[in-house]
Design a protein around this ligand. Structure first.
Ligand code: NI
Length: 212
């Protein structure tokens, strides 16, 4: 049997490969296994190179979050960055301000209360589709940042959606596992038009689901 590569070997190979990195798609088992807790397995310089590559790959996609398993690295690390919604009505309704670049290491989240926010979202590893997900509107985020500093904060609105989506990736969960599947649309034509509405009210009416 061939030797299974270690995490450091995987990262070395990735850093020697395409830039931006290739994003693995649904069906790759790495997206379905819980990521390994990050516990200093990488040298500081290698971690910095990995994070920079993740950020470039997220920008190039373009996306607003990227988890390490999405580029084939089974470590509990994710990068987030969102310029925010351009349209101010959309920004208000979706509570989507700009989210500055940040790194989550070994993140966990817990709902603060019962409130949900119901909007379309997509995933760079489920290319070409979007669906409605009712996410916790506010979550308590714990874990670390890339320097090892402990995180303990409440995140709300769209940033809370991104935190939940990326943390789920690190647990082997994809957004489609939590989506209202009657809302599923392709990323072009009528589907793109429905998903870009400020709220999913029209999609709920014409596709036949409850937008909450
Ligand atoms: Ni995703």
């Amino acid at each position: 049997m061939p030797d299974v590569p270690t995490v450091t070997e995987l990262v070395d190979r990735l850093l020697a490969g395409p830039d931006p990195a290739d994003i693995v798609q649904a069906g790759h088992p790495v997206l379905r296994r819980p990521a390994l807790r990050y516990d200093g397995q990488l040298d500081d310089a290698v971690l910095a190179d990995l994070l920079a590559l993740m950020r470039r790959t997220m920008h190039a996609a373009p996306g607003v979050g990227l988890a390490a398993p999405q580029i084939g690295i089974p470590l509990a690390i994710a990068v987030l960055e969102d310029p925010g919604a351009r349209d101010s009505e959309v920004a208000d309704l979706r509570e989507r301000p700009a989210l500055p670049y940040r790194v989550l290491v070994n993140p966990r989240y817990a709902p603060v209360d019962d409130e949900r926010a119901t909007f379309y979202e997509g995933c760079l590893s489920v290319r070409g589709w979007q669906a409605v997900v009712a996410r916790h509107r506010r979550v308590h985020l714990t874990g670390q940042d890339e320097t090892g500093r402990e995180l303990d904060e409440v995140v709300s609105g769209w940033p809370a959606r991104i935190v939940q989506h990326e943390t789920d990736h690190l647990l082997g969960t994809l957004y489609v596992d939590r989506a209202e599947m009657r809302s599923l649309v392709t990323d072009d034509g009528i589907g793109a038009a429905l998903a870009s509405e400020p709220t999913p009210a029209t999609a709920a009416r014409v596709l036949g689901f409850d937008a909450g």
